[in-house]
Design a protein around this ligand. Structure first.
Ligand code: NAD
Length: 475
């Protein structure tokens, strides 16, 4: 078993002042795979100090310099792509082939996308007699989750590097191992000391210390909405910029003229990717009432094609929940669905047959789900799909928007213009139209309680920039 006893601060691996040690557990078999020494608030102080000291020189580097470093970073990540994928498969349970492609592949794609954005970006331009100058915001604190751990880190680190910011990263303590690989690579490629710092620790102390630190200019969290509230409150006293990528309960609207067999199959696969532990999961399928039975049958048949098991076993689509707490929580939701009168189509709260060890949950589909039910309202973050019937297009839109969240969505119709029209009615940051695939170049982020700000694209870069007006004399 590997022990991780150091954090990465000011370009060096150092022993943290914090002394707490936690286990990292493989959720497929409940075995401890690593031990990690956690940082504390004093380590955050040191990391912020190093980021502050590095900021003046780093923020003045040229676009060419930053772009070259980002390209080196991307190549070095690509050289270790399988190792990164397998590490994430072990620490959070996603089947390894998928983890190599998605968990390790997306951060590389995100970096490459930001290299292009950086190379084309106008940091300075005239506006009448004023010159607009876009400058790096300063020292950033990044707090990230375990579900797509490196992808979520890179969603912040790549634009921050591009902008000329320096940063302190606090990854999820549940799946931190990938972040040590990232720090190793930062070291190898010659990232100047202090630009990238890694402090692994708990949210309640290290995360809180970053969010409240007077010398941090911006804090960005990807995580649950409840953590978003705490981070915003902690950041308030120092008026720092806050961006939040939070939870979702995203609708997948099937209009009656859609291709149902494709829409249902794609919808179920999407909802259950990463065993439903995906912020943009389309977890509510909204269907014409008179087609609900047919949809439920198609969904159940799709579920039956999915294999669940160890991340390194052949042909798996579904892995376990990340830990015992998550497993308990998801099972609790399934029990609530049954108790509140939804129709259980397939699945249930029991441990799946043949998987005695590991935090598995049966892929579960409910039908006849009504707006007021717990499973229709709350983010479950597990393999649970709810089918909600509607009678008119207006009602479908009302159900789609009947949530405190607004992260993602989807609309299917035989008529693309109709699908786009309905998509515009959905109050969320992204809407997939007729099965549109994930786009690394598209901005992502939430309306309502799904967050503040955007990641990816030039809008993602601009979160890390201040706008300065150099005002010239009137002529
Ligand atoms: P979480 O909120 O429990 O933890 C996220 C991070 O916040 C962790 O690093 C944690 O240590 C830290 N944290 C917790 N309490 C904190 C506090 N008081 N102050 C500062 N930091 C604190 O979330 P999770 O369980 O790791 O991830 C799942 C959640 O993340 C889901 O709700 C999911 O929808 C959301 N998510 C959103 C996106 C998105 O892009 N919108 C992407 C992935 C995950």
């Amino acid at each position: 078993m590997k022990e991780y006893k150091e954090i990465y601060v000011n370009g060096s691996w150092v022993s943290p002042i914090g002394k707490d040690v936690i286990d990292v557990v493989n959720p497929c078999n409940e075995e401890v795979i690593a031990r990690v020494t956690m940082a504390n608030e004093k380590d955050v102080d040191n990391a912020v100090k190093s980021a502050r000291e590095a900021f003046p020189a780093w923020s003045k580097t040229s676009v060419a310099e930053r772009s070259a470093l980002m390209t080196r970073l991307s190549k070095a990540l690509a050289a270790r792509q399988d190792e990164i994928g397998d590490t994430i498969a072990r620490e959070m349970g996603m089947p390894a082939p998928l983890a190599r492609m998605i968990q390790a592949g997306l951060p590389i794609a995100a970096l490459d996308s930001f290299v292009s954005i950086l190379n084309d970006y106008q940091f300075e331009y005239p506006m009448g007699r004023t010159t607009i100058v876009k400058e790096a915001i300063g020292v950033c604190g990044f707090i990230t989750p375990w579900n797509y751990p490196l992808h979520q880190i890179m969603g912040k680190v790549a634009p921050a590097i591009a902008a000329g910011c320096t940063m302190v990263v606090k990854p999820s303590q549940i799946a931190p191992l990938n972040s040590y690989i990232l720090a190793e690579i930062m070291d190898e490629i010659g990232m100047p000391p202090g630009v990238f710092n890694l402090v692994v620790g708990a949210g309640s102390n290290v995360g809180h210390a970053l969010a409240s630190h007077p010398d941090v200019d911006m804090v960005s969290l990807t995580g649950s909405t409840s953590s978003g509230v705490k981070v915003m409150q902690a950041a308030a006293n120092t008026i720092k910029r806050v961006t939040l990528e939070l939870g979702g309960k995203s609708p997948n609207v099937l209009l009656e003229d859609a291709d149902f067999s494709t829409a249902v199959m794609k919808g179920v696969y999407g909802a259950f990717l990463n065993s439903g532990q995906t912020c943009i999961a389309l977890s509510r399928m909204i269907v014409p009432a008179d087609r609900q039975k047919e949809v439920a049958e198609m969904a159940a048949n799709t579920v039956k094609t999915m294999k669940m098991g160890d991340a390194f076993a052949e042909g798996m689509y579904l892995g376990p929940m990340v830990d015992g707490n998550q497993q308990k929580s998801v099972r609790g939701y399934i029990e609530a669905g049954i108790r509140e009168g939804a129709t259980l189509v397939i699945g249930g709260p029991e441990q799946p047959e043949g998987l005695d060890k590991g935090y598995y949950v049966k892929p579960t589909v409910f039908a006849d789900v009504k707006q007021e039910m717990t499973i229709a309202r709350e983010e479950i973050f597990g393999p649970v799909l709810v089918i909600m019937p509607y009678k008119t297009e207006e009602e479908a839109i009302e159900i789609a928007n009947g949530t405190v969240y607004g992260l993602s969505g989807s609309v299917w119709s035989g008529d693309i213009e109709r699908a786009r029209r309905v998509a515009k009615e959905i109050r969320s940051g992204q809407v997939f139209v007729n099965g549109g695939d994930f786009d690394i170049n598209a901005p992502a982020g939430g309306y309502k309680q799904s967050g503040i700000g955007r990641e990816r694209s030039k809008y993602g870069l601009e979160e890390y920039l201040e706008i300065k007006a150099l005002i010239g004399p009137s002529v």
